[in-house]
Design a protein around this ligand. Structure first.
Ligand code: ASP
Length: 291
């Protein structure tokens, strides 16, 4: 089994992952269950949280995480992605965790691998484990997901996080509102609107970074302008439900999409998301390694 998209999972598997990851967050410690197994990490795009939490998750399950330093690899000598995949496959890893800038590239590699492949982000397409850890964070905080209203705000057009979250949260019974600057709202995700409307009365506000590395042209915003028009400020958060919480997948750009005070606000669950990332990736690796 591969985890390429939220669509790769049945409702039962999603429930099981949320339960197992929740147990991992409460139990702490590690296990030797997967001693002797090897998990390859192949990351063509930068990462702090996803890479380290997959490595930590594998280690906590007793498996050995091995990360290819892409910058020093034969990719730099002109090897194709398919040849790199066949090469890694010949070494017999037990799982491959992959991030790449092209939509669909992880699915293509999965066709060539004999082991489970986990999508750690493919272009603007999907980032399923981010959505799963976000759902875990919301469920732990509110005790449920069904009936919640979640505003996802920012660069929706380029966000694999928004795409996977929308799929998962709607499957779990939440209402998702999308908002952002008009050029950053995609045509294939209708219903996007203005941030003030999206945030009003919401139970949770998830802020997204502008993916400047994927923009053909700069937005042309002056310092502070984006925050004032589209960012999460203290005044905007006050329009959400009184109990509203703040999420962000990271990396944050303080003072751009999120005000400093909000990043460190008592209602920010951002570091809880990071901690839950290890637990959720342990649950996901457990599901795939045991299949
Ligand atoms: N870390 C997330 C991702 O890889 C979000 C971001 O980079 O803005 O998609």
């Amino acid at each position: 089994m591969d985890l390429l998209s939220i669509d790769s999972l049945t409702d039962e598997q999603i429930d099981g992952l949320l339960e197992t990851a929740d147990l991992f967050t409460r139990r702490g410690g590690g296990s030797t269950r997967y001693a002797g197994r090897i998990v390859f990490n192949l990351f063509y795009e930068n990462s702090t949280r996803t890479l380290m939490s997959f490595a930590a998750a594998a280690a906590r399950l007793g498996a050995v995480p091995l990360t290819l330093p892409v910058e020093q690899s034969s990719i730099k000598k002109g090897e194709t992605l398919a040849d790199t995949a066949r090469t890694l496959n010949a070494m017999g890893p037990d799982a491959l965790v992959m991030r790449h800038g092209e939509d669909g590239s992880v699915a293509e590699v999965a066709q060539l691998m004999d082991c489970p492949v986990l999508n750690a982000g493919d272009g603007t397409n999907e980032h399923p484990t981010q959505a799963l850890l976000d759902a875990l964070t919301l469920r732990q905080h509110f005790g449920r997901i069904e009936g919640l209203t979640v505003a996802i705000c920012g660069d929706i057009r380029h966000s694999r996080v928004a795409r996977s979250n929308r799929k998962l949260l709607e499957r779990l019974g939440a209402t998702v509102r999308l908002a952002g600057p008009p050029p950053l709202l995609p045509d294939d995700l209708p219903g996007g609107g203005a941030i003030d409307e999206a945030v009003r009365g919401a139970d949770a506000v998830m802020m997204l970074r502008i993916q400047r590395e994927r923009l053909a042209e700069e937005l042309g915003d002056s310092p502070g302008e984006y925050l004032a028009s589209y960012g999460l400020t203290v005044e905007r958060l006050a329009q959400a439900a009184p109990h509203a919480v703040v999420l962000h997948p990271g990396p944050m750009n303080r003072g751009v999409e999120i005000a400093d005070e909000i990043a460190d606000h008592p209602r920010s669950l951002i570091l809880r998301q990071v901690a839950n990332g290890v637990a959720m990736r342990m649950a996901v690796l457990d599901l795939l390694l045991s299949a």
